[in-house]
Design a protein around this ligand. Sequence first.
Ligand code: PRP
Ligand code: ZN
Length: 293
Amino acid sequence: MDKKKLSSKNLKLAIQKEGRLTEETLELLRKAGLEFESYKQKLFSLCRNFPLEILYVRDDDISGYVEKGIVDLGIVGQNILNEKQPKVRKLLNLRYGFCSLVVAVPKESDISTIKNLNGKTISTSYPQSAKRFFKENGISADIVKISGSVEITPALGIAEAIVDLTSSGSTMALNDLRVLTGIYDSEAILVANEKALTNGRKLLVDKLLTRFKGVLAARSYKYVMMNAPENILGRLKEIVPGLKSPTVSPLVQKGWISIQTVIKEEIFWETVEKLKKAGAQGIIVLPIEKIII
Ligand code: PRP
Ligand code: ZN
């Protein structure tokens, strides 16, 4: 156990102990410059270079801890927020941990639309989300709450359909299930206790938020360097929308320049192709570690 026990001065952040969000959450915290030890069986870690305690808990417990103020912050799936509807403040979509809550039936089942689920038994770990969905769709089904391995319940004869999370789809495929329809999509979210944003901790929360945003922004941009004849600079500026004031330096070769700029990841390839076509040469692309906004 760490020498310094949980102290009230530090910010507290709850993250998933083991599961779909754990690895990428730890990676995000490290990229945000936080230094801490983490290994299995650990209950909490204290950051060496930021007044933050990281608590490792079950994902289902995170939103409750944040709501009650046991911790100031939590990183939790939108799926848990939709299911439990805790009174917490959403601060940031973290762009990982993507998955969807779906309705699925055995591949061989003759159920072809959700209307066929009237009067059927459906097992799920997301009873509130399932009830809401079927109610909105005017379907009366018997929802049975199961805490784990929902995907095997149709084969066991417990249910005719399930409502469960899917991301890669491999669990569904392995269990001979087919998706009938989606209910909602989910990703990791940074949430805060309402009071943590009004008391003296707000400054620390803001600092952390700026760091997380910096990591996310860096992920969605690439740093690009290229050479081009001076006379096409105007055309290149049209191609790269963010290229309002690129860094331009002259090359030894007369009439040629070197340009440095950033390009959005989503439009990266099409932009680079256009730049090449317009006459840019020697295009070099570098990952960005952080962008401070
Ligand atoms: C969900 C779901 C499946 C799996 C689907 O569990 O219950 O088991 O993920 O993922 P796949 O499509 O990539 O195979 P989750 O990771 O949320 O675990 P938990 O229910 O124990 O929290
Ligand atoms: Zn869970």
